[in-house]
Design a protein around this ligand. Structure first.
Ligand code: ATP
Ligand code: MG
Length: 575
């Protein structure tokens, strides 16, 4: 492609407006970069146009995904973006999805939504088009625009309201088959992300309260990411923070002291009590009241730790969970700020493992302005083993539950998510099949998403430095860039043209044929970050030599015009 015809609209600095969301987006270098290079243009909050340069990258990402999915014998389909309400009512998500679901009505007042995901439509397709074991297993996928009215659309295409997703769905006869398909898709995903040339990790993710199912996220490592991930230094167990299982509690070796009730007037928070009593926060037990599907429950956790509500939902197997309101606590007859497990009747109590081995701890006395000190299990507080769970959020200093190794924390961008769904949607939408003996059985499902447009932004976050961009060759908008430093010089232009025609036959090449100063061309080349840049300039006139810059390594070579093709072929093989 000749630069002069490529409709590349690089800009010096992104124009900001007073819109605070716009400012937030600019905090991400990828958004600024995409605007500055003219890859995308904002049409409205969270809604973007993909211009030729950006669309080229998007297509490359899409093609890698398509090739790997096809290799795995997944079948491509294209489902409508507009979906009828009735299907979403069957899965009970019409109301549950809330405001993120973009709802529309047709001229007859019938309700539809713009698909944020396609479990309903695809399960309905299988339910109506397939009823025999002979069709199974099958994996269907599509690469299609999704709509989510995100509460905070930001960071450009990273969290957009309209974005491109690859979503795949698998249908299996039984659990074993579904687990095999899941493993196969896990491998397909690692192949895809390896080909993108990005540093990423696969983490165990939360799969909600549906028992027996599991899920993994593919996370591109980047400090600007919204996902927090934990990785064990020793065994590389990795999980997102919501899921990370922990083990860090060593039994305390202390003689039991006598239980005392002490006045703690106006000392309600853990830090207040800790200071007031001169007792470490880790010796105080927090008693939190949660409402799980409408039922109150007391959750005990060490004063210096926080409850991980994802873990709590999984343990309680509830759909809705929230902290109780003050008036609900009062109605239960409890004293806000002074709640403790002693003397509680009729409210279920569960506890985080962090308190299991505590000795001589502080708890609320269920009496205004009073706490107990030196409380102990088995003497003052009675909890059975069945009441203890891993409920708290992992934090620095925690140990890996698998090997006891040190957990490290980093940030990343979730670009893919694979999920074993089980029978949640097949049951709701009637996707069943007749087995070899004509017995009716539920189909076991899995779903597998990749944020196609998010991958592009995540790549920029990882590969852009203050000085320049460096695209991985697999998804770079072009593989080679040729810069003719002086198009007014006939000899230079003639050779550059020939070189371009020749190299472009094998490699996707951008030819900077513009009537611009060398400085402008070099600046734009640094901004575009094409892996191999060939400069046709003065040296060519003097000694038929060309300068070759390898973006990834910052290496510079000088080669004779006759060697150039073989040389860059060798280089590109290694990139
Ligand atoms: P997130 O936690 O970031 O909101 P999600 O769990 O809602 O993601 P999924 O429903 O699993 O996402 O969607 C599959 C993939 O689509 C995600 O892994 C992500 O890469 C991408 N994605 C999700 N929401 C958006 C969005 N608003 N803009 C761009 N990509 C998105
Ligand atoms: Mg989301």
């Amino acid at each position: 492609m000749r630069y002069s015809r490529a409709f590349i609209k690089t800009k010096k600095k992104t124009k900001t407006n007073s819109d605070t969301l716009e400012k937030k987006s600019l905090e991400l270098v990828s958004y600024d970069y995409m605007i500055r290079t003219g890859m995308i243009k904002k049409l409205a909050s969270g809604i973007y146009e993909w211009l030729p340069l950006g669309f080229k990258i998007l297509k490359k990402v899409e093609n890698i995904i398509r090739e790997e999915m096809d290799k795995a014998k997944a079948l491509e389909v294209l489902l409508p973006a507009i979906q009828p309400k009735e299907l979403w009512e069957k899965s009970k998500r019409w109301n549950k999805y809330g405001k993120e679901l973009v709802r529309i009505q047709d001229r007859n007042g019938r309700d539809f939504c713009l698909g944020p995901t396609h479990e309903e439509v695809i399960t309905d397709l299988i339910a109506t088009e397939s009823d025999s074991y002979k069709d199974l297993p099958v994996i269907l996928y599509q690469i299609q625009t999704k709509f989510r009215d995100e509460i905070r659309p930001r960071f450009g295409v990273m969290r957009a309201r309209e974005f491109l997703m690859k979503d795949a769905y698998s249908f299996d006869k039984d659990d074993e088959g579904a687990n095999d398909t899941y493993k196969k898709m896990h491998k397909v995903y690692t192949n895809i992300f390896d080909r993108f040339g990005l540093k990423y990790t696969v983490v165990e993710a939360d799969s909600g309260s549906i028992g027996g199912n599991f899920s993994h996220e593919f996370v591109v490592i980047s400090n600007s990411g919204e996902s927090e991930i934990c990785v064990c230094k020793k065994c590389f167990y990795s999980a997102n923070l919501e899921k990370a299982k922990i083990f860090n509690f060593s039994p305390e070796d202390e003689a039991e002291k006598e239980l005392e009730i002490v006045e703690t007037k106006d000392q309600k928070s853990i830090s207040d009590i800790s200071k007031f009593l001169s007792i470490k926060e880790s010796k105080i037990i927090k008693s939190l009241i949660y409402i799980a599907d409408g039922v109150p429950i007391i959750v005990l956790v060490r004063g210096d730790r926080d409850i991980n509500e994802f873990k709590l939902i999984n343990v309680l197997k509830c759909n809705e969970l929230r902290l109780s309101l003050d008036e609900e606590i009062i109605k239960l007859g409890l004293e806000i700020g002074y709640i403790g497990p002693i003397g509680i009747k009729n409210i279920k109590i569960i506890a985080d493992n962090s308190i299991k081995d505590l000795k001589n701890f502080v708890i609320g006395a269920n009496k205004k302005d009073f706490h107990y000190i030196n409380a102990n299990f088995g003497r003052d507080v009675f909890l059975s083993d069945e009441q203890f769970f891993d409920l708290s959020l992992a934090k620095i200093g925690d140990k890996c539950y698998k090997c006891g190794g040190e957990l490290t924390f980093s940030r990343g961008i979730e670009v893919g998510h694979i999920f074993k769904l089980g029978t949640k949607y097949s049951k709701a939408l009637g996707a069943s099949y007749l087995d070899e003996n004509s017995n009716k059985k539920d189909i076991i499902m899995g779903c597998y998403g990749i944020g196609v447009s998010r991958v592009v932004a995540a790549c920029i976050e990882q590969k852009l430095t203050e000085k320049k961009m460096s695209w991985p060759i697999s998804i770079s908008p072009y593989e080679v860039e040729i810069i003719c430093l002086d198009v007014k010089n006939e000899e230079l232009l003639k050779f550059s043209n020939e070189l371009y025609e020749n190299i472009n036959k094998k490699y996707d090449t951008l030819f900077d044929d513009r009537k611009e100063r060398p400085g402008v061309k070099f600046n734009d080349a640094d901004l575009l970050g094409i892996p191999v840049v060939i400069v046709v300039g003065k040296k060519f006139l003097e000694s038929s030599e060309l300068e070759i810059k390898i973006n990834q390594t910052d290496e510079v070579f000088y080669k004779n015009k006759n060697e150039i093709f073989d040389f860059i072929s060798e280089i590109i093989k290694k990139l």
